[in-house]
Design a protein around this ligand. Structure first.
Ligand SMILES: C[S@@+](CC[C@H](N)C(=O)[O-])C[C@H]1O[C@@H](n2cnc3c(N)ncnc32)[C@H](O)[C@@H]1O
Length: 260
């Protein structure tokens, strides 16, 4: 399981199309968790829904099929919003920063995010903004935020896991956002329920995930390692996977409600 911030990579040679494939693959990994959370927040009854930090619109399009009303996806990266508009023509998207949303206070029933808070420069600020735009009784659900501090693997490849974490941090990610979710929602006034989903990935599934992410790993690792080291630790990782490696990274979720 990995997560990516697209802007830097886009600029440095990873196409938006490749990022979209990455986001689709990432969404596959959390499909069951989202189904559980959508039921929990009554998605089919929600009439005005925001997908915060929507990227290329993978989750927005899913929400627009399942929600009981209008869905809008918001991302600060215009090239991703343009891609989303082309890919999902029936869905509403706008380019905006979630720290300062162009929406009236008390106007949304549900705000959804997926692998977003780890990339927000100020997760407290955006969560306070979600509180502002939610109607009294409205819900914020942070569907999936990883915590790399809880990564467990066997056999270990610390050079790879440390470099991957560092490369995400260099790009601005909070790789320990998972454990902070509850306190962030509480601080914004959204009393919260927090949970963890922990997939054990192994065998063919881990190999598929490795292959799907290899280009991005390679690209990310080059931000903190030279080419020889990058190639070497990726070779070690692949060999470990072929010999039956197991891996899990905890994915936290949180649901908060604005008081009536
Ligand atoms: C890892 S991507 C996730 C995309 C999408 N939620 C998904 O799961 O496919 C994180 C997204 O958050 C966006 N983002 C980060 N900070 C933001 C902010 N303050 N306002 C709007 N979008 C933001 C990034 O541009 C990026 O597209």
């Amino acid at each position: 399981m990995d997560s990516t911030e697209e802007g830097d990579r886009g600029a440095a040679g990873i196409s938006v199309d490749e990022l979209h494939k990455f986001f689709e693959n990432q969404a596959l990994q959390t499909r069951k968790l989202r189904r559980f959370l959508y039921r929990k927040v009554g998605l089919t009854r929600q009439r005005k829904v925001l997908d915060a930090g929507c990227g290329t619109g993978v989750i927005t399009s899913e929400l627009s099929e399942a929600a009981g009303g209008a869905v809008v996806g918001v991302d600060r990266k215009n090239e991703l919003i343009e891609f989303a508009m082309r890919s999902f023509p029936g869905v509403d998207f706008i380019t905006a920063d979630c720290g300062s949303l162009p929406f009236q206070s008390d106007s949304f029933d549900l705000v959804v995010s997926h692998f977003f808070l780890m990339w927000a420069d100020n997760p407290h600020e955006v969560t306070r903004e979600f509180f502002r735009i939610l109607k009294p009784g409205g819900i914020f659900v942070a569907c999936a935020e990883p915590d790399y501090g809880g990564r467990v693997e066997h056999p270990e490849n610390p050079e790879f896991s440390d470099a991957l974490r560092s490369s995400l941090e260099v790009k601005g990610a909070d790789t320990r956002i998972g454990r902070k979710l509850g306190s962030i929602l509480e601080a914004a006034g959204l009393g919260s329920e927090v949970g963890i989903s922990s997939n054990l990935i192994a065998g063919g599934e881990l190999l598929r995930e490795y292959e799907a992410n290899r280009l991005l790993y390679k690209h990310d690792l080059r931000a903190v390692l030279d080419k020889t080291s990058t190639d070497r630790i990726l070779r070690i990782e692949r060999a470990q996977i072929e010999r039956g490696k197991i891996l899990t990274v905890p994915i936290f979720w949180a649901v908060g409600r604005k008081p009536v």
